[in-house]
Design a protein around this ligand. Sequence first.
Ligand SMILES: [Zn+2]
Length: 421
Amino acid sequence: MKRIIITLVIFSSIILLIFSCVKRDYETVAESKNVPFQYKFGELKEGENLADALMSRGLNRGLVFQLVNELNELFDLRYSHPKDKYAVKLDTLGNFIDFGFQPNKIHTYWVRKDSLGNLFSVVDTLQLTKKISVCEGEIESSLWNAMIKIGEKPSLIVMLTQIFQWDIDFFIDPQKGDRFKLVFEEFVNENNIFVKYGNILVARYQSPAFEETAYRYTNHQGETKYYDETGKCFQKAFLKSPLNYKRISSYFGSRFHPIRKRRIFHNGVDYAASYGTPVEAAADGTIIHRGWKGGHPTINGRKGGYGKTVIIRHANGYKTLYGHLSSYGKYRVGDRVEQHNVIGYVGSTGLSTGNHLHYTIYHYGKAINPLSLKNVAGSPVPKREMSEYKEIVKNLKTILNKRDSVAENDLLHESISVKKR
Ligand SMILES: [Zn+2]
């Protein structure tokens, strides 16, 4: 009896070894002399599906067909990838014992036999512990390098840049000396080895031009967003229109051009408005052009295009162009402007038939229709939730000011079993 128990322990350790550690050397495990079973295992290669892989390991087609069908009950094999791991356990006579498939570090899908010899599938979910951690860094060359230097992974960078995407253009804005500090969740396995990130709970970014701390909060409607300490949401939107206008005189798209007398693509929206109507920055950004500009497009021999024009670069790959202005606001090239700052006044400079603003939004260089831009600003934390929000902010601030990680010992042991027949 004792012997059996010991052997069982060894067997289960072997399976654990196979599946618990990504870089474990399979061959070593299987060649261990104490194993009276045979294992067929490996990783999916590029372009190889599971059935092919199993057959290439010498399993017969009938068994492979059954295993793949059974596994498909729990895991859609269309979502398998190269490097997904598999292991089939057979007895020394080649009879099937069980089969495990591991498409990620967290789930292992099993196909096993019940006492009647019927196959069933089951998924094991690795027990993960959620830790709340704090990290901080300073940019020397890039945000990427700064994050890698403090031992974090690129996916954390992506999460950080998403939080401030409306305020900072992370391709251009970060400067040497900018600092960031994060409170974030990470999941570790039983051996305290990092498995994946959870959410960023607090993100602080400090540069000469921008200094904000964003707190993650889920409101009573179940929407999760990032807010500043006062409850203002970081998710911002472009203004619906950058001025008070009388009417839209020309829409985005193909139209008959009144001066050029032929159909032409209009890459923006024309807002008819009185001479001198203030034109506002549609969103926070930096002025990158203030002066006469051709284009729109220029007619042969006739000077002009957009006339007096302002272009603002915004975060997230956006630019906005304001054309035919009569004069400019006080902001110059290189100045940062906030949404609603007046950057110019309506006129009819350039190729224009009357007082109007030509307005284009570019996204990564491509003109998009301002009227169909679907971006909405996030609402602030509702008044009636403010006391609750403040409490959360207080707790998060305490963590932000701590140095070490705090383990949060709830979490995740699930094992879903699906039995058929
Ligand atoms: Zn126009």
